[in-house]
Design a protein around this ligand. Structure first.
Ligand code: DOR
Length: 429
């Protein structure tokens, strides 16, 4: 069955395209891209809409296996499609963690049966994510992992990290580092500074991140591995990454939508939905992250989608878990903060949310719209406004500080391999 996407503005930085075209899709693949490709029985008029390569998230917590009450592969991928994503990398801090071939196979099989979009598994660096003994990185990469990470926790032992980098290089996968010195961050809840003092909450100094960014850059220089730094939050980290890139170190980095839109001040009413790790930082840091995105120091925007139940979040600040959901608000937040305020063009934003994540993963079949490739396509109505409330979310968890806010610029159609993974029924009624 053919599907025709008519008259949308294709924004595809990997192919240097920003122009109005039709796209003809057949058997899940892009068959033709051109002007006025005629009529089809199944067609969508997308005039005035932006047509992007499906968004790619390098950092998603799908929680399956183990915490299916908060998210499953089925619900998490439905939320991802709702947010315009067609590929997500599933972090291994599940219960049990994905630290063996059988775990990797479980994620791959379940996502192929129940997933709405593509799921690329990430394996743990160390067994049980304890930071001590390495996992069977080679066997897991043969089974299909695209990266290794102990995300949620840093790897404190530099010798273990060095060996992990050597293995990741040997097997051609990336190492995603959660940069946190746990001795420094211990018992901390929010950024250390005036706000933490005023609120009476124990702080996490920015140095807990900076020290590990510096160490991992040094180890990447030593080992030559492809190092990707997760959820960068401090101005000093951005400087270190900029310098490392100038010296030719093989390092890439991401920021989250929340760290570029919120600061520690947003926690003011002890809002546990603002409790994230690494914590929201200062206005100076927030601006430095955006400068990093602008000058290319920061390669991509990743969600760190971290679902938690209301019953877990509605506790004292100290007892509430770290994390907020992100897949469904990432694109409108980035549009608002970066594109509508003229800091990045729409094409640059698509680079950060699709083309660059694909090239970091070294996957040439995603992150672009091209004849012969899978039709992974996201259609955005840049003018569509929605109020974020509980009903808005397809994720099983609703722990978002953006509830009650109005955002603009939402996906209205997400195609994964030519099939509809999400469609806004109000728009296409
Ligand atoms: O806030 C966070 N939540 N940061 C992490 O690194 C882990 C995540 C989670 O898994 O909940």
């Amino acid at each position: 069955m053919k599907l025709l996407l008519k008259g949308g503005r294709i924004v595809d930085p990997a192919n240097n395209t920003d122009e109005i075209y039709d796209i003809l899709i057949r058997a899940g693949k892009v068959e033709r891209i051109g002007k006025k490709l005629g009529k089809e029985q199944r067609e969508y008029d997308l005039s005035g809409k932006a047509v992007l390569p499906g968004l790619i998230d390098l950092h998603t917590h799908l929680r399956e296996p183990g915490r299916e009450d908060t998210e499953t592969i089925a619900s998490g991928t439905a939320a991802a499609a709702h947010g315009g994503f067609t590929t997500v990398c599933a972090m291994p801090n599940t219960n049990p963690p994905i630290d063996s071939v059988s775990g990797v196979k479980y994620v791959l099989t379940t996502s192929s049966q129940e997933g709405k979009i593509g799921v690329l598994p990430v394996g743990a660096i160390t067994k049980n994510r304890k930071g001590k003994a390495l996992t069977e990185i080679g066997k897991m990469s043969n089974a299909g992992i695209v990266a290794i990470s102990d995300d949620g926790d840093g790897v404190m032992n530099s010798r273990v990290m060095r060996r992990a980098m050597e293995y990741s290089k040997m097997f051609g996968i990336i190492l995603i580092s959660h940069c946190e010195d746990h001795d420094l961050s211990k018992e901390g809840m929010i950024n250390e500074g005036i706000t933490s003092t005023k609120m009476g909450l124990k702080g996490i100094p920015s140095q807990a991140e900076v020290i590990m960014v510096a160490r991992d850059i040094a180890l990447a220089g030593l080992t030559g591995c492809r190092l990707h730094l997760a959820h960068i939050t401090t101005s000093r980290s951005v400087d270190l990454i900029r310098d490392a890139k100038n010296r030719g170190v093989n390092v890439t980095a991401e920021v989250t939508p929340h760290h570029i839109t919120l600061t520690e001040k947003d926690i003011n009413a002890y809002n546990t939905n603002c409790k994230v790790n690494p914590p929201l930082r200062t206005e100076k840091d927030r601006r430095a992250l955006i400068s990093g995105l602008k000058d290319g120091t920061i390669d991509c925007i990743s969600t760190d989608h971290a679902p938690h139940l209301d019953t877990e979040k509605e506790r004292e600040f100290a007892l509430s878990p770290f994390g907020m959901t992100g897949l469904e608000t990432a694109f409108p937040l980035a549009m608002q903060e970066l594109v509508r305020s003229n800091k990045l063009t729409l094409s640059k934003l698509v680079e950060k949310m699709s083309a660059n994540p694909a090239s970091i993963l070294k996957k040439s079949g995603i992150g672009r719209i091209e004849k012969g490739l899978d039709a992974n396509i996201t259609v955005i109505d840049t003018e569509l406004e929605k109020e974020i409330n509980k009903e808005f979310f397809l994720s099983k968890s609703k722990n978002s500080p953006f509830k009650g806010k109005k955002l603009k610029g939402f996906p209205i159609l997400t195609l994964y391999r030519g099939r509809i993974a999400f469609k806004d029924e109000k728009v296409f009624s």
